[in-house]
Design a protein around this ligand. Structure first.
Ligand code: HEM
Length: 381
């Protein structure tokens, strides 16, 4: 997508377009994207158009997600879970995340090959989010399927079929979480669902429907993007061997390498807003009700903000990429995602000397809002 981004950015960093039959402002400039993300007059809205009568279940669940809420509801929904996502709270999970990554790797170590996505990244992300939510381990494969189906419903490439499937999946998920909520009401545990059910110190307690929507949001958000960060990291190392050599020589660069991969191959490529009033951003007049598409992957490569923006440099500093968004909707799971990616890459660094593509046919999935490989089979020594 990067030459496309460069093209429209050079015409106008806030480009009026109609891509994938979604008319609106396509923002590719860093400064402009950052301004808009921070400005609450640009509101988040559910991705399904209000006129759609079908897919009611999916729409109703999306409507209750913090991601699509504005203040004050956003704050109420976010604050109650945020205590589990602070760096301090997550620190306790580091040993178990590392142990999980190690265990998954040891499982394939003898074969000297693995599929980075299905053998490693996906089960890691599933186990972590299932553990946090308080879902039994054996149900994590079901989670994976759900996450894969739902991610398609929020992408611009979505079809009627994928929306219909997403609607059915949402119904299944609602039923699943309803049962779990009943169990936790009777017998609270030290998990996120029990926390969501507890007295909300920050305002009105959450309704069951809000709790279910939060769980569904966490399942989707906790999977797809984290898996892609891990897979995109390995992909970048394979396509930039001198950068990988640098990291192998100095593993202390791991944190900055992950930041750079977030910038360079951002798992989230696009998010959207709607203007709540007439607004002017850097001389571009945006009318109330206009749709604004923020191309995060493009902002991250804006040459006005980043030197050699189209090159991967794992020592880049500072690196103020927008891959986790900005403003009130800044990614709740940013620290968790970084911990998981660090554990995954550290495991690979510790157990291998050399990694190689197993096949030359590596393909990206057909999505515009996400940067996701179909599969990533590698061999290692
Ligand atoms: C929001 C990216 C991992 C939970 C966001 C947003 C971005 C993003 C760009 C803002 C969207 C917007 O403003 O429209 C990513 C990336 C990840 C990642 C690139 C991994 C590399 C996670 C994980 C979780 C999570 C692991 C949770 C388990 C959330 C939630 C929101 C969010 C709940 C909504 C926050 C709000 O509305 O206040 N994420 N995310 N994310 N993310 Fe992540």
């Amino acid at each position: 997508p990067y030459s496309f981004y460069d093209n429209i950015r050079s015409t106008n960093p806030i480009y009026k377009g109609n891509f994938f039959r979604y008319p609106g402002w396509y923002v590719t400039g860093y400064e402009e994207a950052n301004l808009i993300l921070k400005d609450i007059r640009f509101q988040n809205r559910i991705p399904l158009p209000e006129t759609t009568k079908k897919y009611e279940v999916l729409k109703n669940v999306q409507k209750q997600m913090m991601l699509y809420k504005n203040q004050p509801d956003h704050n109420r929904l976010r604050k109650i879970v945020s205590e589990r996502f602070t760096p301090r709270a997550l620190e306790q999970l580091i040993p178990i995340i590392k142990e999980t990554a190690n265990g998954l790797f040891c499982h394939v170590a003898n074969q000297k090959r693995m599929n980075v996505i299905s053998d490693f990244a996906f089960p890691l992300a599933s186990l972590v989010i299932a553990n946090m939510l308080g879902v039994p381990k054996q149900e994590k494969d079901q989670f994976r399927q759900w996450a894969l189906t739902l991610i398609q419903t929020i992408d611009h490439t979505r079809s009627k079929e994928s929306l219909a499937k997403g609607n059915d999946t949402t119904l299944e998920m609602i039923q699943y979480f309803q049962q779990l909520i009943q169990k936790r009401k009777q017998d609270p545990q030290d998990d996120l669902i029990s926390l969501l059910l507890s007295d909300n110190q920050n305002g009105e307690p959450l309704t069951d429907a809000e709790i279910i929507s939060t769980c569904i949001l966490l399942v989707i958000a906790g999977h797809e993007t984290t898996v892609n960060l891990i897979a995109n990291s390995v992909y970048c190392f394979l396509t930039h061997p001198t950068q990988y050599d640098k990291l192998q020589a100095n593993p202390l660069l791991l944190d900055s390498a992950i930041q750079e991969i977030l910038r360079y191959e951002s798992p989230t490529q696009m998010t959207a807003r709607i203007a709540a009033e007439d607004l002017t951003i850097n001389q571009t007049e945006i009318k109330k009700g206009d749709h604004v598409y923020l191309l995060i992957g493009a902002a991250n490569r804006d040459p006005k903000k980043f030197i050699n923006a189209n090159s991967l440099d794992i020592t880049r500093s500072p690196n103020p990429h927008l891959s986790f968004g900005s403003g009130i909707h800044f990614c709740l799971g940013a620290t968790l995602a970084k911990i998981e990616a660090q554990a995954a890459i550290q495991t690979i660094l510790e157990h291998t000397q050399k990694i190689k593509f197993e096949t030359t046919e590596i393909e990206w999935r057909n999505l515009v809002g996400f940067r996701a490989l179909k599969e990533l089979p590698i061999i290692f020594e």
